[in-house]
Design a protein around this ligand. Sequence first.
Ligand code: UT7
Length: 306
Amino acid sequence: MTNSEFEHVVDTTDEWIVQRTGIRQRYIAGEDETTASLGEAAARKALASAGLDPSDIDLIVLATSTPNNTFPATAVEIQNRLGMHHGAAFDMQAVCSGFIYALTTADLYIRGGVAQRVLVIGAETFSRLLDWEDRTTCVLFGDGAGAVVLEAAEGVGLTSDTGILAAKLRSDGCHKTKLYVDGGPSTTKTVGHLRMQGREVFKHAVGMITDVIEDSFAIAGIKPDDIDWFVPHQANRRIIEASAKKLGIAEEKVVITVDRHGNTSAASVPLALSVAVEDGRIKKGDLILLEAMGGGFTWGAILLRW
Ligand code: UT7
């Protein structure tokens, strides 16, 4: 759905959306599509790219805030769609930071020896949570899914190892009302709509993002200059550029897909990763920095070698 299509839905313009956010279009799931079907498609693509089959996977972690049903977990539905009747699957709910939380969790399952190969998916259908009469939110979000496969491998404990080198997660519930959904099974017994005080979120975003990134640099003993690619959460081009500038990461190392996907919440980082891998920018051995911040607030960063 392009920005100009929104001009017939709410009082907005392509110019406002591009100037304030960098978004030019977003994808909206079709009537027959769901978080599970998008997640399944991303999972199958990731498995094909890893040369693996569902039988090789022993855990699925799905990051989503838009599950198909309140329960069971949508991860279990994806597990069934993949024809997997072994292993385990569960959902993680950290809104836009969901993929960072899920990837960190999957890494710890592998480090703990509990899993060997984990499918980590970020999938969302935020279009179904939007108030389509609220121009301050409905133009910002889109639907999508992305996935990666993590596999256990011995490392030597140096930054030359492949896989996740450092991760830092944060949350602070005092910010709840700045970005939340005004419904839920235990409160209104309805699904509710997304509500956001955009300016308030913006005010905190750059500081929170750069804090966790600096923490992850310190944990791994890495400097901003060492990074090959910065793959941030895609909420707003201005937030991404201000964060990169504050950290001293060169513009040409920043992967930006917010123009084509909008904010897809937990799907935004794996979607951006997928674009940069497919177009040949991200190569084996590259040092990648991931980050996200969103509802909760939750925020986090991961440093990994591809
Ligand atoms: O992924 C989770 C994290 N979320 C985020 O990171 C979002 C963070 N926030 C943002 O990205 C920005 O705050 C927004 C893009 C949401 C808004 O940009 P802004 O520069 O902070 O604009 P604003 O909220 O200060 O609004 C400026 C004006 C207002 O009009 P007045 O009060 O100045 O007359 C709004 O009513 O723009 C108006 N406005 C719009 N105008 C045209 C708000 N939405 C629209 C719209 N079209 N869609």
